[in-house]
Ligand binder design. Structure first.
Ligand code: NAP
Length: 246
């Protein structure tokens, strides 16, 4: 399905990004497994893809660093001559109530989650426009739509992702490039593992399907949006949240 395609997945060393990398490789793409701090884990993802007969490379890049992203994308294009799929998945949380939130915690989350997506897309878009072909999938969140107490920085970054997605979709549509966002709800990863049992219980009670999602649930949505079949869908936010936001 994605044979011959080059896919970059940011933050693919763990969680949702890891599942997306495995899925896109299973679909036939050569996957660039991006990581920042978790080199061992990224190499494990690369190895796992290889064992399943897929193709992958691991590449360190801090997505919040503009010039590092320029070098990262340039290296991929130099190596492979193209870039077909960009999944901006890398993300962090630094939760706290607004009145107590430090400037650093606000800036760090925005720099990684929102500017990180801009940084890679800024350089990947030129190549995709030249190719007249491309798929961009940005990881938003249900809280970017609904807000969440204690996550002003994170929710702002994810709401920003939605605006970035829609603007990029409008800019790039005339060349056949689609740009969409996926908005997960509560997904079982390291990011949600840190929540207390009480918060997890309350959260589940707000999910119509009655459970946290799995990273694979999100990967399936990304795989669809990356496919040829999704060529007439752009500027959309696909919720993968068990029905939390309807
Ligand atoms: P996770 O398990 O904490 O993994 C985060 C990933 O992002 C790791 O691979 C990490 O890489 C990478 N990352 C962090 N900072 C980075 C940076 N500066 N440069 C490059 N990579 C960086 O998180 P997750 O739950 O899978 O979440 C993935 C995405 O889905 C995030 O955008 C998150 O906001 C979104 N999301 C998650 C949920 C959920 O319930 N889990 C819900 C809604 C949205 P290293 O470890 O190598 O640094």
């Amino acid at each position: 399905m994605l044979e011959g395609k080059i896919a970059v997945v940011t933050g693919a060393s763990r969680g949702i990004g890891r599942a997306v990398a495995l899925k896109l490789a299973e679909d036939g793409a050569l996957v660039i497994v991006n990581y920042n701090g978790s080199k061992e884990k990224a190499l494990e993802v690369k190895e796992e893809i290889g064992k399943k007969g897929g193709k992958a490379e691991a590449y360190r890049c801090d997505v919040s660093d503009f010039s590092a992203c320029e070098a990262f994308i340039a290296e991929i294009i130099k190596e492979h001559g193209r870039l077909d799929i960009l999944v901006n998945n890398a993300g962090i949380t630094r939760d706290g109530l607004l009145m107590k939130m430090s400037e650093e915690d606000f800036d760090k989350v925005l720099a990684t989650n929102l500017k990180g997506a801009f940084n890679t897309l800024r350089f990947a878009s030129r190549q995709m426009l030249k190719q007249r072909n491309g798929r961009v999938i940005n990881m938003a969140s249900v809280v970017g739509v609904a807000g969440n107490a204690g996550q002003a920085n994170y929710a702002a970054s994810k709401a920003g992702i939605i605006g970035l997605t829609k603007s990029a979709a409008r800019e790039m549509a005339s060349r056949g490039i689609t740009v969409n966002a996926v908005a997960p709800g509560f997904i079982e990863t390291d990011m949600t593992e840190v929540l207390s049992d009480k918060v997890k219980e309350t959260s589940v009670s707000q999910i119509p399907l009655g459970r946290f999602g799995k990273a694979e649930d999100v990967a399936a949505a990304v795989s669809f949006l990356a496919s040829e079949e999704a060529g007439y869908i752009t500027g959309q936010v696909l919720h993968v949240d068990g029905g939390m936001a309807m």
